[in-house]
Design a protein around this ligand. Sequence first.
Ligand SMILES: [Zn+2]
Length: 346
Amino acid sequence: MGVIPKWKWAGGGWGGRMAALWGLLFWSFVSMAEAQPTPPSGWVRLNYLAARQGLTARSEGLRRWVAWNRSFRVELEEKSRRMVFNGVSVYLNAEVRRSGSDWLITSVDANTILMPLLTPSASLVAVGSQVVLLDPGHGGDDPGAPGPDRTPEKKTTLDIARRVRAKLKDTGITVRLTRESDHILPLESRIFAAKQAPADLLVSIHFNSSGNRTVSGVETYMMPAPGFSATTSVGASRRPPRPVSTCSGSRFGAMNSVLAWYLHKGMVSAIGADDRGVRQANFYVLRNAPCPAVLVECGYLSNGSEGSRILTEAHRERIATGVARGIMTYVSRSRENKAPRPIEMQ
Ligand SMILES: [Zn+2]
């Protein structure tokens, strides 16, 4: 055996140092992995999502998780479905959980609500010329809820739909109404109209009513994800709602969320009404919609002061401005559409 050339020793020494370095890195990855265990199946770590989207995240006290950057602020509370996204309430399909120093959100809520709100144009399907179908609730023998002076809901919903159509004139959006006059229109016919149009968006317009006359404010409804339940609302029975099964309307989870959020934000800021949140409900028109669909409850007719405001033209004009603004924002975001980018499961 001859003398081993010096460069080999040097090389060996370098290789050894590299091996030691890689060993160190390997062990630090392992210990990082130990510090952040894989979440249970069907759940995603909120800190992972925040970091991926360039948000700074931290726990506030024991029960709150907050994440923000220059454009977004997300607030969540342990064991609650309510998320505050840029100051507006959105109910998730399931409560968020705390697991040690980690916070977990269901992958359904990450994929169909949180990520679409953070990257709206990536979640929407681009359509050249949008057809929006406005659906004024009730009509004919079905008056809906009575207003403070007995003005029926059916009259007010039609008035709002007409005002929204007027505001969307000359925007390049084609607007149709499911009914143009005061006649009964079965729910199946409303869905048939959406298929015939064919509509790219369906917005059903209603006003709310409750036995609790102190309740006021606006709510926007979308379909719950399959396997999840509706958000309980005012006057709901004590029985917990049953989880919904897969249906036509649940195909549009991410688009429903973005549409609901823009409409709700539009209404809350235009009216200055109480924000009762984007909620989930298994309504016929949402369940059977052939396109992204939401149902807006533009205020409580049963509340003395809100009911009286709804009877004024100025207030209805503000509601219509909010709804029209929400639709326009959704349409312009969908025109910026990029390839969908679903999140990876960890
Ligand atoms: Zn109604």
